[in-house]
Ligand binder design. Structure first.
Ligand code: ADP
Length: 248
C-alpha cells in the first residue's frame, strides 16, 4: 500500500493582495521522486515553505504525514540552495553534519548521534573529509555535506530547492545519482530549472506557475509540457541555456 505523505488541497497563498499560489492541489506518496519546475517567481519556494509549515495558506488544507505541517516537518530533510558562509569559520565537516541532529543545547550528543553522522557521511561519500574545515571544500562537496546534514534527521521526505545551481555538471550527475539511490528510502521533491538533466532520474513532474499546470509522468516528452499545459521548460545543455521558452 502506498502511503500519502503530503496532501495539499486547494491551497491559496497571497503576499499582500497578490496571489502566489492559486488553488494548488498536490499529493506526494512514499518513494515518489517529484521534480517541480516553473518560471522564476512561479511560487516554487513558496510551495516548499507551505510544506515546511513556514507559511500558512490563506485558504486550503495541508497535511504532512497526516498532521499539521509544523508537527510533521520533523520527518522532512530540507536542502536549501547553496548559501554563502564565512570560509574561515572554524568548524569541520563532521560537526556541521552532527549539528543536524538538533540536540537541546548543553545536552551534548550521544554515541548514537555520532554513529548516525558517520553513516550519513558515508552515504554521501564524504566520510574521508570528516575532519576537514568546511571552508576548504568545493561547491559540490559542500552540497553533499548539507545532504548528510539533512539525512541525520532520518527523514521520510527530502525537499531540495535547486540544489545544484552552483556546482559543475560532473558533480551534478553524482548528486542526482545519490538522490536516485536515496529514493528507495524516502520520497524526494526537487525544485529545479534544469529539467533536461533531471528527467532521467525523476518519476513525475509538477509544473508550477502560480497554478499547478501539470502533475504527472513525463512520458509525453517535455515539449508537451509547454504545448499543452503552458508550462515553460528551460533546457540547458553543456551549462548554456539554448532554449528558453516563453513563460505563461
Ligand atoms: P520561485 O521559487 O518559483 O522563484 P517564489 O515562491 O520565491 O517563486 O516567489 C513567488 C512570488 O512571490 C514572486 O513574485 C516573489 O517576488 C514573491 N514573494 C516571495 N516571497 C515574498 C515575500 N516574503 N513577500 C512578498 N512577496 C514575496
Amino acid at each position: 500500500m502506498t502511503e500519502e505523505i503530503i496532501s495539499i488541497k486547494n491551497v491559496w497563498v497571497y503576499y499582500g493582495k497578490i496571489p502566489v499560489l492559486e488553488d494548488v492541489t498536490l499529493t506526494i506518496k512514499q518513494n515518489d521522486f517529484l521534480g517541480v519546475i516553473g518560471p522564476n517567481g512561479g511560487g516554487k519556494t513558496t510551495l516548499l515553505k507551505v510544506i515546511l509549515g513556514l507559511i500558512r495558506p490563506d485558504q486550503g488544507e495541508v497535511k504532512v504525514f497526516g498532521k499539521d505541517p509544523r508537527e510533521g516537518r520533523r520527518l522532512i530533510g530540507y536542502i536549501p540552495q547553496y548559501t554563502r558562509f564565512d570560509p574561515n569559520f572554524p568548524i569541520n565537516v563532521f560537526d556541521v553534519v552532527l549539528m543536524g541532529r538538533y540536540r537541546q543545547i548543553f545536552k551534548g550528543y550521544t554515541q548514537k548521534d555520532r554513529e548516525i553522522t558517520l553513516d550519513a557521511l558515508e552515504t554521501v561519500g564524504m566520510d574521508e573529509f570528516k575532519d576537514r574545515q568546511i571552508g576548504k571544500l568545493s561547491g559540490g562537496e559542500i552540497q553533499r555535506v548539507f545532504m548528510a546534514r539533512a539525512l541525520v534527521r532520518e527523514p521520510k521526505l527530502l525537499l531540495l530547492d535547486e540544489p545544484t545551481a552552483s556546482i559543475d555538471p560532473e558533480m551534478q550527475k553524482h548528486f542526482y545519482e545519490l538522490l536516485a539511490d536515496l529514493k528507495n528510502r524516502m520520497a524526494i521533491v526537487l525544485v529545479t530549472h534544469d529539467i533536461s538533466v533531471v528527467s532521467t532520474y525523476i518519476d513525475e513532474i509538477a509544473c508550477l506557475n502560480r497554478r499547478l499546470f501539470y502533475h504527472g509522468k513525463t512520458e509525453g516528452g517535455l515539449g508537451m509540457l509547454e504545448d499543452i499545459y503552458r508550462c515553460p521548460v528551460e533546457m540547458i545543455a553543456h551549462g548554456t541555456p539554448h532554449r528558453v521558452l516563453k513563460t505563461h
